[in-house]
Design a protein around this ligand. Sequence first.
Ligand SMILES: [Zn+2]
Ligand SMILES: [Zn+2]
Ligand SMILES: [Zn+2]
Length: 420
Amino acid sequence: MFRIKCMENRTFVDYLRDFDENIIEKETSDLAKHHADALNRVAKRDGSNCRYVIQKMTGDPNWREREQQRCSDGTYTIPYFAMSTAYYGSEYNGLHYLHISQDDPMRVAYTPNDEYGRHDRQVRVRLERYLDRFFPDLPTVLRNEEIAEHKKRNEYRPLHFAQTADEIEWVYLNGPRSCMAKPVEDFDWDFHPVRLYATNDLAVAYTKAPDGGVSARTLVRPYRKAHARIYGNNPQLEKRLEEAGYYRDDNLFEGARLHLEYHDDDKIVAPYCDPVRHARIDEDCLTLDYEGDICLNTEDGVVQLPVTCDSCHTPVLPSATRPIEANGTTEDWCEDCIVDHAFRCNVCHEHVPEAQRNETAEGRNVCDRCADSLPTCAECNVPTTCEWPDPRSEDQRLCSLCEDSVHAELENAETEITHA
Ligand SMILES: [Zn+2]
Ligand SMILES: [Zn+2]
Ligand SMILES: [Zn+2]
């Protein structure tokens, strides 16, 4: 790629742009040279001292995609001003990729031109300077408002830790929105599930907002210096945590204990737990465990305890089991076991273990108990659901298969008697 440089003011000639405002580059030196020659002829004709030369482009030609990606994936924190219509409608939107400086959150950073963009260089300035330079027409009232808002949002916020149940609940109720940030009345229980975090194993780290509330929070495991997903204005909290030696590692939460609180015999209170969504019950506490049977992913603050399938002995939620008459008692089987090792009786319509499958003369599946209560066909001795009367004896019954043959036999016998 080649571009044309004006030697007089040492800038690139970039009046040739495509619809996306990208500078059109010349693909070969011949093309660029041809273009530079034309510019030089015009300059000479006009009596200008300006001379144009061609220069090979270096750096990343796709830098705009790179910057756009950083804006959208959270690498860059977008300043309040960059969300205003003044910025959005300006020619700088799509060039500057204005963001909060990663070194100094009180400053903004931007890409002044294509050359800087290609070499991944940004300029850092105070917002005041940025506004005065690029938005000199912004009314003073608006300008001052933007500066005050920027300051409010980005000034240094110290790190706090909530450790007691009251403190933790306060942080959740006064901070960023999430499924656990709702008031206690909205849960199926009379205290807030996040209170269960108040053990020695866990705490909640947070930064305060200018209004005294919470601007960002995350669950931490202090002993292992690990934090979980951050909710809210994260660059500030993430930075503070980093300074305090914390890093994000959900795996380090495994084994952390929560308080155990029963709701009913078969239900416990549980928060939606980000880093590890499973737990097991250990005597008097709830221990985070990836392999645990208890799912900590409900938003209503209560989870049902699993029961053990009486057939395959794996834990399963009570709602996913069915009672089944087996081994002389009523057992609770999981759905898989019902499908694989049971059948539905055609008479009583109950699920019954495979071992108790019987077939009637008509080929229907019935359980042991129903098979016993059905009449037996006087001819083939198999239980039947048809119960045709046996013409030979009032007490006897025939199945539908034997019925025809018995009648035919009787008719034959009668015919023989007549012929005799
Ligand atoms: Zn099972
Ligand atoms: Zn039955
Ligand atoms: Zn029969």
